[in-house]
Design a protein around this ligand. Structure first.
Ligand code: PEP
Length: 246
């Protein structure tokens, strides 16, 4: 695909989809790839069903609290007991549907890093922001909120996914140029906080990635893989996307 120094990463976000059968199929059929880090993020009730999987496990959400009266939530230590290594934080569906503002997202990133897990921090703009030409300001505010709580070291320990909201689950992908432009901006912003970490942090693109468009997206200089929703539910498609990243 390219000669980047960063190892590609492809994460599948099953959202509220899947069942025991899909878990079994993935464990049985998803081939191991040594040159791409592959992460599956199933609904949390299936995390422990992935025994001896040839890929890493991710959670779709986490609480910033360690324990207590937080009905329906899971702590980082619980996720660790389920052999989770990555946690998606700040997905636009959590931001929009569960009131997760930038400060809440930032506190979750902090909790995840302090627990020794890797946050996949999602950022990205809604359509009206893109249309008004405010994409960089919008994404910068999302990044700044995390930096203000986590200190600059978070860049060494996180993965960031740029997911334009208008491209999520819509079949409307950002063009490779549009995606690269924002990825380059994110890397430049991070470099102001920590220049060497900004070169090694992996930046993923998410938003209607499929087996046909993955190659071109992943070939962009600052795109190091993808966060995949719908296409992560079909082994053949997801496999093709992982291969495109390799
Ligand atoms: C996502 O949910 O993070 C996502 C990118 O979804 P999709 O690939 O279906 O657009």
């Amino acid at each position: 695909m390219n000669n980047k120094i960063r190892k590609p990463l492809v994460a599948g976000n099953w959202k509220m989809n899947g069942n025991n059968e899909l878990v079994r199929d993935f464990v049985k059929c998803l081939e191991k790839t040594s040159d791409v880090d592959v992460v599956i993020c199933p609904p949390s009730c299936y995390l422990t069903a992935f025994e001896q999987a040839q890929f890493s496990l991710g959670a779709q959400n986490v609480s910033s609290f360690t324990s207590g009266a937080h009905t329906g939530e899971l702590s980082t230590s619980m996720l660790k007991e389920c052999k989770v290594s990555y946690v998606i934080v700040g997905h636009s569906e959590r931001r929009e549907n569960h009131g997760e503002a930038n400060d809440i997202v930032a506190s979750k990133v902090k909790a995840v890093i302090e627990a020794g897990l890797v946050p996949i921090l999602c950022v990205g703009e809604p359509l009206e922001v893109r249309e008004s030409g405010q994409v960089f300001d919008f994404v910068k505010a999302q990044l700044d909120a995390v930096a203000s709580v986590c200190s600059n070291t978070y860049i060494e320990l996180a993965v960031i996914a740029y997911e334009p909201i208008w491209a999520i689950g819509t079949g409307k992908t950002a063009s490779p140029e549009q995606a690269q432009e924002v990825h380059a901006f994110i890397r430049k912003e991070l470099a102001q906080l920590n220049a060497s970490a900004a070169q090694s942090i992996r930046l993923l693109y998410g938003g209607s990635v499929n087996a046909s468009n993955a190659n071109e997206l992943f070939a962009q200089n600052d795109i190091d893989g993808g966060l995949i929703g719908g296409a992560s539910l079909k082994i053949e498609d997801f496999t093709a996307i992982c291969q495109a990243a390799s």
